[in-house]
Write a protein of this length. Sequence first.
Length: 336
Amino acid sequence: MKLMRHLTGAALACSLLSSSVIAQDMTFFRIGTGGAGGTYFPIGGIIANAISNPPGSRACDQGGNCGVPGLVAMAQSTNASAHNVNAVQNGQMEAGLSGAATLHFAYHGIGKFEGNAKPDLRVIANLYPEDLHLVMPKNRSLDGLGSLKGKRVGIAQAGSGTQIAVEMILDDHDVNRGNIDEAELNNSQSAERLADGQLDAYFYAAGTPVAAMIQLDNTKGMELYSFTAAEVAQANKTVPYYIPSTIPGGTYPGVSYDVNTVAVSGMLVTNANMDEELIYQITKAMWSKTARKLLDNGHAKGKVITLASALDGVDGIGVPLHPGAERFYREAGMLK
């Protein structure tokens, strides 16, 4: 009996030692995304899945996922861009998704980030364009952005890049918090309020098609505001990283017409202090064959996230690449 107790104790010790080794080999990697009804959250989930390869998983060359050995990545729902750049800067998350405009403002400490620069932000990759949607109830129209005065308008959640850009764009048309009944809501909440008649319109920037808008379109129906050429030009001047874009008719079945708008690039960012080798391996895993399958099959916007466009617009933002990502792109022949 005594021998059995010794053996049991030894087995337990070995088990604990083994568990300890596994725990030591495991690296957690949190990715800040956005609300569940937008595009950041599902895209962040796909990226997390693509770069993960927890201890005990099959290796890439044995038919397993081609993620980073020992890495467990998790997509976390947040208030999106502005929240994510703050969290990454402060070390509360290892990475996050952000619109290019918010990233530029945050890194340089300008605009809404005046006196509150985020100098440790670094780019891993450009991902996809996020179109600015101005959503209205079915059969409603709007006679210019200036006519939003006096209306109940969703301006996206506090801490989002959408809200920062929308307030700047509306200010050019003398529309502000003083003359609208603003609602700070995420995409799903805004769609619900619009469907219930509690909002006259709401803004949201996201990669098309957007889940909450698909649901709204399929139930209550909706209209999208098409910016005039002058409004597009002014928005692009005020927020340079919001460039002219078109949401093709049929993107949402109930919206058969093309919608003129502006779009901003969504970027994956991390902190300058993150280990170079880890970010190198993560960047490499993002562009593996298994990652490609996940991106192509996981969300419509996943198809436009490609290695060929991974560095598009990065130079113009003025935010450096992380050294680990830079090493990968240099080895891939994409940097001189």
